[in-house]
Ligand binder design. Structure first.
Ligand code: ATR
Length: 270
């Protein structure tokens, strides 16, 4: 029987994951289907249980259910525990594995696709919600020199940073000094409302990399601000999306697909 996978979210109609995983399956010759599962906002567990009973083998989990997926899992990987959020569920015989591939996806996109090394770099991560918490551990593991976590609401940055001991420095957006960063990552949801987090131009060191975890048609407000401030390289989150998908695909199928042709395909249809 063909193995079934899906992405669960609300909303989920816009998700590019079905196209990505269909391409991975074709490329690696895996016998599987991958669809969209719209779960009611108050009905995540029931929707997932139904999918599993119907023979589902695994799910990607998107907003707003990553916290619920974390609680749903009976076993959690180290990176899921660190993020306290799950974007990948694998249904095994007697257990449900919860994993989080977002951080690996971001780091793989930066190191592999953009070719930008992270070791020894000064990194600013903006935002302290689910998107930020999913990537901190992976950024730290690249041995960055400094990781500053800045958020509009400073208490949220402090709470999140505290989970990582002293290795993450929390601060408010307005308290960022004039020191520039080599990499500035936008993990806020500001782009959704057509805004950019308010950052002093000085945080973008000349020639730095500006990375928006969001993606969409055209330049996001954050990337436009980064360009105006002198960033040398701009990247949206499409590469991260494809890389986190490849990582999930490997968790489910034990095979690592190639991401470059799939990223190229998506860029071509944007
Ligand atoms: P997600 O799971 O996408 O991270 P979230 O948990 O609601 O969503 O977090 C949204 C993040 O975007 C928060 O860091 C939020 O800042 P606050 O904690 O101060 O609310 C940030 N954010 C959203 N809109 C923003 C804006 N216009 N400017 C700056 N930060 C913004």
């Amino acid at each position: 029987m063909t193995d079934r996978y899906a992405v669960v979210g609300n909303p989920v109609a816009h998700s590019k994951s079905p196209a990505i995983h269909a391409a991975f399956a074709r490329q690696t010759g895996q016998d599987m289907t991958y669809s969209r599962l719209l779960a009611p906002l108050d009905g995540f567990d029931q929707a997932v249980e139904r999918f599993r009973i119907g023979g589902g083998k695994g799910l990607n989990v998107t907003l707003p259910f990553k916290g619920e997926a974390f609680r749903f899992a009976t076993e959690r990987t180290k990176r899921a525990r660190s993020a306290q959020a799950v974007n990948t569920l694998r249904f095994d015989e007697d257990s449900v594995l919860g994993d989080n591939t977002d951080g690996a996806g971001l780091v793989q996109d930066i190191l592999g696709n953009l070719g930008v090394p992270l070791a020894g770099k000064r990194v600013l991560l903006v935002g302290a919600g689910g998107a930020a918490s999913g990537v901190i551990q992976a950024l730290l593991e690249t041995r960055v020199a400094k990781l500053v976590l800045a958020n509009r609401t400073v208490e949220r940055a402090r709470d999140l940073a505290q989970r990582f001991g002293g290795s993450v420095e929390p601060c408010g957006l307005d308290a960022l000094g004039d020191a520039g960063f080599d990499l500035v990552v936008n993990a806020t949801s500001a782009s959704l409302s057509g805004e950019a987090p308010s950052l002093k131009p000085g945080v973008f060191a000349p020639g730095c990399v500006a990375y928006d975890m969001m993606y969409g048609k055209g330049e996001t407000p954050f990337l436009a601000a980064a360009r105006a401030a002198g960033a040398g390289r701009l990247a949206d989150g499409l590469g991260m999306l494809v890389e986190q998908a490849a990582e999930s695909f490997e968790v489910w199928r034990g095979v690592r697909p190639q991401t470059a042709p799939v990223l190229e395909m998506l860029r071509g249809t944007e």
